[in-house]
Write a protein that binds this ligand. Structure first.
Ligand SMILES: Cc1cc2nc3c(=O)[nH]c(=O)nc-3n(C[C@H](O)[C@H](O)[C@H](O)COP(=O)(O)OP(=O)(O)OC[C@H]3O[C@@H](n4cnc5c(N)ncnc54)[C@H](O)[C@@H]3O)c2cc1C
Length: 423
């Protein structure tokens, strides 16, 4: 989940881009080698967006403003040749560039891009499933909800993440943490092959059979090797009727220590179909900081209730809701129906998103964190929208794969933490 940033300046200029004429507006009085090159290089379906055009702000908006890069041009690519032309134009004009998809990434290093080229790959969003072959192929910018909808329609499942708008490949090439992890492992563990456009603009396949070393690196450190045009994943038969148990609970924050003591026992032995997420945040309804917990069980309610009995035994519970939900409707249903929309909003005032993986649950540290959180929102009221989320997918399938099989180095972790600070 912790990536190294992909800020590429291409060294290998193979040939000048081919002139095929893009649709561009508002650039008549500019003199810029990058713009001139893109103008003559992109296909008619491709386009350029400049800062003085109204669309520009929307098209560079990111989930987090932390480490946000600054662009002077957007190249909206529509096919492989456009990607190639954009890279060559960036090199030709000595411009740093960044591929962007759903723009949920926030990595140290992006901020070094001060006047760069955004290569907007959102057109690469196709998703096709072959239910006979048990495979799914998606474009480089497809998001989780698209993949969930496509697999659900043919009664298949694939490990995906908890935010519906996050990129499947953007997440999957770093590992990919998600609710079906106990059953199928990390998202990257289901990756079968990729078609990748390398920095020298050639396109190759990487899999266990071809370019094996590259495929190893892509599964855990995949942002650094080029743009993945499309990727093929293994898919699995869906759980009975595609129904999952969704349980949402809200506790007062004063149960933090006993909650994490219980979780410390339960987390390493969670049944494979179970995943948990907790969120510490200010709750206007209770005029207090509360601990919300979402538990999802991939299977029947009777089994799911048994699996989360330790959560139901934690008292007091301020609010509780347990329902069966089809997989394709799950993300928006979580956290009492608040699971999707806030995560899809780009370009808000959200400043800092900090993540970490851990393999020890320390209840006293959680109590200290809760106290510090409360102090922070009291002293700095503008931070009241902040939150601390912890994710505990069952870990057995991810741990069953040897550590050296992919570049992802943290298979022994127990959970993941994300601190979102509004300021
Ligand atoms: C609200 C939210 C929820 C999240 N939930 C989860 C989760 O449940 N599980 C999880 O594992 N992670 C999760 N993440 C983290 C997420 O996986 C990373 O931030 C990821 O890098 C986002 O990818 P993106 O394509 O959406 O973002 P972008 O910012 O568009 O891309 C991120 C990086 O990936 C590169 N990249 C994107 N597509 C390609 C491609 N096709 N080929 C090569 N490089 C590419 C980009 O160049 C960039 O360096 C979440 C993040 C947020 C903000």
């Amino acid at each position: 989940m912790r990536p190294y940033s992909i800020v590429c300046v291409i060294i290998l200029l193979a040939r000048a881009p081919v002139s095929i004429g893009a649709s561009i507006t508002g650039i008549s009085d500019r003199s810029d080698a990058l713009i001139d090159c893109l103008t003559t290089s992109l296909s008619p379906e491709g386009s350029i967006i400049l800062p003085d055009q109204p669309l520009f702000t929307t098209e560079v908006a990111r989930y987090s403003l932390l480490y946000a890069p600054k662009f002077r041009v957007i190249s909206k690519v529509s096919n492989e040749d456009d990607v190639r032309a954009s890279i060559l134009c960036a090199k030709h004009s000595n411009t740093t560039f960044l591929f962007t998809g759903p723009r949920h990434g926030f990595y140290q290093g992006f901020e070094k891009i001060k006047s760069g080229l955004e290569i907007d790959t959102s057109a690469f969003n196709s998703v096709t499933v072959d239910p006979e072959a048990n495979t799914l192929t998606c474009g480089g910018a497809a998001n989780f909800q698209q993949v969930i909808d496509a697999t659900y329609a043919v009664k298949k499942d694939m490990p995906t993440g908890s935010g519906s708008c996050v990129g499947v490949i953007g997440a999957g090439i770093g590992a990919g943490i998600g609710r079906l992890e106990g059953l199928y492992g990390l998202i990257t563990d289901s990756l079968l092959s990729v078609r990748i456009l390398l920095p020298n603009t050639t396109v190759i396949e990487a899999s266990e059979a071809q370019n094996k070393d590259l495929f190893w690196g892509i599964r855990g450190a995949g942002w650094n090797f080029g743009f993945i045009l499309n990727a093929t994943f293994r898919v699995y038969d869906q759980v009975p009727n595609g129904m999952h148990m969704n349980a949402d609970l809200i506790y007062p924050s004063n149960i933090t220590e006993s909650f994490y003591q219980t979780l410390r026992q339960a987390a390493p032995n969670m049944p494979a179909p179970l995943s948990l997420a907790s969120a510490l945040s200010w709750n206007a309804e209770y005029n207090d900081t509360t601990l919300s917990v979402n538990a999802v069980y991939a299977g029947p309610e009777s089994e799911g209730r048994k699996a989360i009995q330790f959560l139901l035994d934690q008292k007091p519970i301020l609010r509780q809701n347990i329902t069966m939900v089809p997989w394709n409707e799950l993300i928006p249903a979580t956290f009492f129906g608040g699971g999707a929309d806030p995560n899809c909003t780009l370009g808000t005032t959200r400043k800092s998103v900090l993540s970490a993986a851990f393999n020890v649950i320390d209840p006293k540290a959680q109590v200290r964190m809760t106290e510090m959180f409360k102090k922070m929102i009291t002293r700095y009221p503008q931070t009241i929208g902040s939150g601390i989320a912890l994710y505990f997918p069952a870990t057995q399938a991810a741990r069953a794969i040897p550590n050296n099989q992919t570049a992802y180095a943290w298979r022994d972790v127990l959970g993941h933490m994300q601190v979102v600070l509004f300021n």
